[in-house]
Each structure stands twice: as structure tokens, then as C-alpha cells.
Design a protein around this ligand. Sequence first.
Ligand code: ZN
Length: 1033
Amino acid sequence: MDLFDSNSTERANLPRNMIENSMFEEEPDVVDLAKDSAAFPAFPALDPDEVAYEPRSSRLLVRGLGENDMDEDEEDCESSARLLGMSFMNRSSALRSSSSPYARQAPPRSCTRPSARTMVVCVLFLVIVVSMIMVLYFLPGCTFTKAGCRKPNKTSPLEPVYPVSTSGELFPWTQLRLPHSIHPLSYELTLTPDLDDMTFTGRTVINMSILHNSKLIVLHAQNFNITKATFKLGDGQASAVTVLEYKPRRQIAVKFKEELKAGQFCVLTLDYSANLSHSYDGFYNSSYTDEDGNRRVLAATQFEPLSARKAFPCFDEPTFKATFLIKINRKQNYMSLSNMPKAKSTPLSDGLVQDEFEKSSVNMSTYLVAFTVANFTPITKNVSETVVSVYSVPEKKEYTDYALETASKLLEFYNNFFDINYPLKKLDLVAIPDFLAGAMENWGLITFRETSLLVGKESSPLEKQVVASVIAHELAHQWFGNLVTMSWWSDLWLNEGFATYMQYMSLQTVLPKLDIGNLFLAVRFRAMDKDALNSSHAVSTEVNTPEQVDEMFDSVSYEKGASILLMLNSSFPGDQQFRKGIIQYLKQFSGLNTETGDLWNSLSQVSTQHQNVSEMMSSWTSQKGFPLVTISRKGDQVTLTQEHFLLTSDNATRTSSLWNIPVTYVNDSCSLAPECRQMFTLKSKSDTLKLPESVKWLKLNYRNTGFYIVHYGDEGWHALIEALSTNVSVLTHEDRASLIHNMFALSRLGRVSFRQVLNLLNYMSNETETSPVTEALLQLNSIYRLLDKRQEYNLVARMKTYILKHFDSLIEKQTWGEEESVSKEELRSALLGTACSLEEENCTKKAKSLFKQYVESNGTFKIPGDLQLVVFSVAAQSDEDWSTLLTMYRTATNDAEKRKILQGLASTQDPRRVVWILKEGLNGNIIQTQELPLVINTMCKGFAGYLFVWDFIQVNWDSLIAKFRVGSFAIQTIITSATSQFSTQAHLDQVQAFFSSLKERGSQMRSAQEAFETIRLNKRWMDNNISTLRKWL
Ligand SMILES: [Zn+2]
């Protein structure tokens, strides 16, 4: 999946599951569930023997608060004590001493007339009795029974607390993850959507293989009305079965009296009806207005990560791969698409047509299944053995050529690069009018947001870059993700980190003109900024709940994942070794599921230097954060020291993490060509390397391919700044950008003063390359915005003067006409965007005149794509032009342009308009709800927006999580945007109070923790630097 600026899917009744979990979590440890079943009102009165306690996120189930069970099982005593605390222990001890036959046998008698002998005997007897009682106290009762004690069995949970299914009967499964005793082999789905009623009926036939003896089948299903269920074992007769449903976990189950035996095959057939989803996941409805003004409806799917279960009952976890045969019954005036090519169309008696698709030739995880029912128009091309098509609504067909051409080139590249041909006969790329994510890699039927796929012939190179990189990402998934799939969402990065890395790598080769390198560099900087927070997480992280699964779709899985793959590839000699390892991995695990270690093992096997890839890379995937490498130099000795670069670092959070860092470096005698690069592996806390004394300066992390930050010390920085002031070309532009990024990061960490940041920026008057300039502007703008929000008007004015003065000559050089080079477009849109937002007069004047020309030309005059946002944002500040923009927004057909008009509208500083846009974004009539995260992100940059947005979020929280789901990338974006500009204690208190009031409606989200941390850091930065700024700016 490509996140773009928002993620897919919504699940309205998610909180129910969280309520369920938090009930378990918050229950006092010593509650006696057996006696007090009223403590869990959802449970009926149960036999004490059946009651157990299931801690959240733990597979360890402790049974037996019932008295009889206590003596039977050693594990009961141990685990119960551990989990339930001493009061439970005391209770059990008391029980045992009164019920044990040994205790009753030995009552100490008193000696009425004691002789010395009797006394000795009595004392001895007493000692023996006391010892025996003590033994009984400390040994479990089972020690003395015939059966003895059972060995603890950690893998098979004991009898759990069974929740109650919808019918009132106990549901026979207690865990979030499905049992592995039965595996699906193939599905046959028949779906009949009714786009007038927004409902559908379905029949799902699942062929299964029984791997272990079992009395139940458990699978996922959500929001279905199951009308009929039959079961057939082997060659036997199909018979009706009862399906139990447990809604909070979206599971259904069928219980059997007789055990199903390992090695047998069986078939479950379910008929059901349901509503089409009104959110962006499952089998959902979408609509658009065609060129004649008619409302058109369509239905599409988005299943990743957990929504296939909303369209058909299934084993909805990535390891349960199976084949799929899909049939769609549709009205004659629609067409349908699915993963596989259409096999045949048959008219049905009720006037519908049944489209039957070929049975999938590959085993697929459920999240990759897809189908659409709509009126799409295709354009098609043959590439090797594959028919590649791009589909859109008919009126947007003219925007599909670029996607077809790009997808074809990339398919050829990947077929060759992976040395495995794309396995299906067709590959469709479909632009869906309502789509929350950027795109979704469904096998053979990749779905896109219109803005991620459609682009005009005259669109700017930068707009084409957006489309090409999303296509490159999704195509890479056809191998990474679809062919070889992560076993569980905890290793999502194996899908997303890889697809992200391949999207940049493939475009550098296939479409070098798109200059994708600058974007990838910026992406790595932003990934570090996020990963420097204590609220970050390891690349591979344990996830259990649906909310945690959603939260994995974040910068760490995508961007840090891609960054560490680049670092690994760069550490290999030559460019073929990494590729060989990847090919080996894909071939070895083709059609299977993997964990992170499998990838490292494959790469270790091809290492010509017998490099232990696992050892190196596990230090990057198993711990959060990344290292700061500090240099100190004495003569020819350079000492490198590593520590965790943690922005929030106090004694409580300080870690002793160590990374295996492939440190690269260049020096003043040779610093540009790849041959200049030298390498040194830093594994320990500190190590030294030798350099010729004549070396004047060192630059580490050549071209910023490593995921670490470098502090050169006062002298080191001084030497580098001096070298750059004399000649900027002594370092590559990536290295210059990396110095700027690292310096700002060190300032945030408190290791360098802001004076040193300004010293480095002094060299910028000679800088002309895109990546150093855009990085410096991004950093300065973010400080400017924080000051603006703090209403430090004097400093705001000085900051503005500083920025304009430093970039003045570059700003003046920018043109406003069509531009061929992506890199130049990136540079000028950053420079002019900054100048106009700082209300630099020439810039705003030019922008206004372009807008006027554009409006008056009646569509014949085009504003270059990279400058549209600059121009529309200036226009949106005037009353009249804002209204004109709104009219344009309602009628625009070019989606890329439409999106920039919306951002322009959202940049208004008029509170009434801010409120209106937010409301419209939520109700989705004029402004598509899928754009709300983008709207919020844009608004929060301005002063008017950011205060209103925070209020809006608090008031409308329940509607927001109904649309976007707790933990989703869209919600992450909304929270981050709304809170990242706060820098005061008052705001921190407000944000904390709000999130803690949410309880199960989102208080546990990682993005809430991230928000608290960011506000604290902003506050710290302000406290430490405002006086310096007053002095130096
Ligand atoms: Zn992806």
C-alpha cells in the first residue's frame, strides 16, 4: 500500500474490541472471577472450573480459580501467583492446608504427663509434623497424587474464558489470532452487489485441509447476516451447521461433536447478505459526478490490512494463503474487474450478468483479493507475457497514457531485476474516484487514488514524478508482499520498506529524468526526525490488536525500512550482490511467508566478504532509533563514539543501544567520486581509525546513505564550514544537505548552539543545488512557524528578514514559466513557496498576476504544475479570489490541479472559511472526506488554521474515528498536523487531557505519545533558544 498522505480503511465498531481488551486489562488482579461473575456483566454465570483470566496481549491463559483445580496443576500455582499476586496465593494456601489428608493425619497431641522420653518423642514428632506441613505449603498438591504433576505446557493454552457469541452460546475461541489446525486451500466467491440499495449478497465456498485434529473451525467475518451454512467432510454429504459469531473480534466459528481428523479435507459454504461499506475499506461504495452532471455509483474494495473479512468470510491473516475463484453478478450497464482475467460472462435469469474470473494461478493472502464494479474505460498494452491496462472513469481517459507507459517500463525492469517474471497474465491499474490510501497493490488489480495515477500530457515533470513513484512502489509489491509475504503485521516493513526502497531505486534506473534522488534523500531525513523520538518503535515490533496493526503503517515501516535497505546495499561492494541476495530470497520463499531473519539469511549467503548481514541488520530492525556518531581527532587518530540519538533523553529514557554501523567517510583529498569513499565498521561504543595527518577535514556518511547523524565536534564543524565557504563543490550536494540536516538535529538535541547552525548556513549564499536549499528552507520554515504560533512578532519579523536575505539572490533567479527539470521545479517551488508565504512583495505580485491571467484565459493559460500551489495559496488570501478558487474546485477535472486548489483554499486565514472547509471535509459533499487529512495538514501551517483545527478535532473526534479508524495513517496525520505546532505547557496540558479522556477511543495510540513528546521538545527548544535568536538573528 502507498500511504500518500492518508491511509486506507475505516472500521466503525473498532472501539468495541478495545473496550473488550481494556476490561481485561483494567480488572484488579485479585478479583475472584469464579465467585464474582458480575464483575464481567457480559459473561453468564459460569461453572467455576471453566473460568479463567486472559491478560491482554498474552497467550498465557491461567485457568482454575475454582478450588478443585488448584491441586491439579503445577502451572496453576506458579502462573497464578505471578499474575494474580499474593492475596491469591494466600487464599490457595489456606485452602490446601485444610483439605489435605496429610494435614489431617497428623494432629499434634498434647502430653499431659511428660516423661523425658515422651518429651523427646513429642518434640521429634512436632518437628516432623511442622516439616510436613511446610512441605505441603510449598509443594503443589499434585506432587502426592497418583497422576503426579503435569509438565507445564507453554504452547497449548489451558481452558480459556469463552466469550459469549451473538446467539448467547459460548464462543469456542478466545484469541485474536486464528487457530492453525485448519488451513484454507481455495475459495470460491460469488458476489451480487446492488448499487441502488448499497447492499450485496454473497456465497463463499471454502475448501480446507485439516492439519491437526480439531473440533472447531474459526475464521473471520464482519457485519454479515449469514442466511445459510453447510459443511461437508471428505466425500460425505453436505449438512447444515450452526455458525457462532463473536462480533468484537470479527470471528465466526463452527463447532463439531466429533473431531475432524488431520489429513482430511472439508468444505464450508456460507450464504450471507451485507451492506456495502460506507467507509474506505471492505467492499465499499463510491460515487462521482460525470461530465453531464449525473451522479454515478460504483463499488470497489480495499482489504489491507484487516478488511477482507468485511466482504467475505475468510481466514484473514497473511499466512493463510489460498487460491480464489471469483464470480461477480452485475447489471448489464456495469463492468467488473478482479485479480484474474475474466474467463466468461453468462446472462442470468434475473437480468443480471455473471462475470466469472479465472481461478487464481497463485496462492494469495486475503488482503490482496480485489474486485470492482463500475463503468471504467481501459487503455491497454502488451508487455512480455502480460496485458497491462489502465482504467479510469470514461471522462478521465485522456489522463491515463503516462501511467500505462510508465507501468510498462517498470514491469519490464522488475521482471529483469528480480529474475522472476510477473506471474499473472494481466495487470490492471485502476483509478478509483473515492480512495483513501495512495494506492493498493492487490495482485493483478492495483487500485489507486485518481491523483496517484492520472496525469495530463502537459502536466509538470514533478506531477509525473508523483504518479511514477506510486506505480513503482505498487509494482515492486507484486514481488515483495504478493509473491513473498510477511508472516504477520509485525514485519510489515518487509513489504513496505522494500517497496519504498524499490520505488526510488527502480526510478533512478528506469526514469532518471525524474530526479527521484532528492525526494529519497528528503524522505530519509524525515524518517530520522520521527525515529529520534522516544515514542518511535523498532522496525520489527510485536503487534496484536487491530489498532496496533494499523499503526504499523507509518514512517518507520516505510521510510526507515527503505533507508536501512539503502544503507545495506551501499555497504556491499559493487551493485550486484544485494540484487543476488534479493533474487535468492524471492526464489527461496516464492509463494510463502517470511520473517525479517529470512531476508538477512539470504543476503548473508551471497555475501562475497562473508559479511554477517544478520548480525549487522538486526541491530537496525530490533531496536528503535538510530545512532549519533561523534568524532574527536588527535593528530592521525580519529575516535568515533556512538550513542542513541534520542531527542527526549533523560536518565529514564537513556538507552545503552549499540548499532553495527557501516560508517563511510571521505576527506579533503578525495571527496566526490564513489571511489573516494572509505568504510569502517563501528560495532562497539567507541573505536579509532587512523588518518594521514595532512587530512584537513572529514565528512562521514558519504551521500547520506547511512541512517545515522554525525557530530564533528567544534573543530570538525569549523573545518567543514570553512571548506564550504571557499568552494561549495568540495562535497556532493547530498553531503551538503546532510550537514544541514545533521546540524539542525544536533541543535534540537542541545549539542550545538543555534549560533553554530547560523554559521553553517552562512555558506548558503553560494549554494544553488536543490537538496541543500530545500532542507535549509524546511528547517527554517518550521522554526518560523513555531515562532509565529508563539506570537513572537519581533522574532518572526527578524526570521523573515533573515530567510529572505539569505535566499534573496536565488529567489530572484527563479522563473515562472514551464520548466523541464524536476530538480529545478523542486527548487523553485520551495523558494517561491517560502517567499510568497513570507509575503515577499515581488513574489505575491507575480503570483496574483498569474492567477488573474489564468482566470481570464478561460482555461487556455496554464500555470506550471509546480507553481500552482504557490499561486493558489496567494490567491486564497483575498476574498474575491478565494470564491473564484472554490468555483474552480467544484468543476476541476484534472485531479492533481484540483488537489492544489483545495490546499490553496485551506491556506486561508479567514476563520469562517477555515471552519466551513473543515465541516465540508467531514460531511464529504463538496470536499471529499478522503482529503480531510491533507486539508488539516495544510491549515495547521497557518495561524488561523491551527487553533481552529485542534478544537475541531476534539469536538468531532467520534466522527473522525468513524471515518478513518483509530490508529490509521489518516488519524496519525491528523494528530501530528494538529499538535506539532504547539510549544507551550498550556497546550501540552490540553492535549494530554483530551487524549486521556478518550480512553478506549484512542488514548493508547502511539501518535498521542508522539504528540506529547513533540510539544515538550518544541517547548524545550523555545526555552533554550529564544534568547539566542534575539541575540543573533
Ligand atoms: Zn506499499
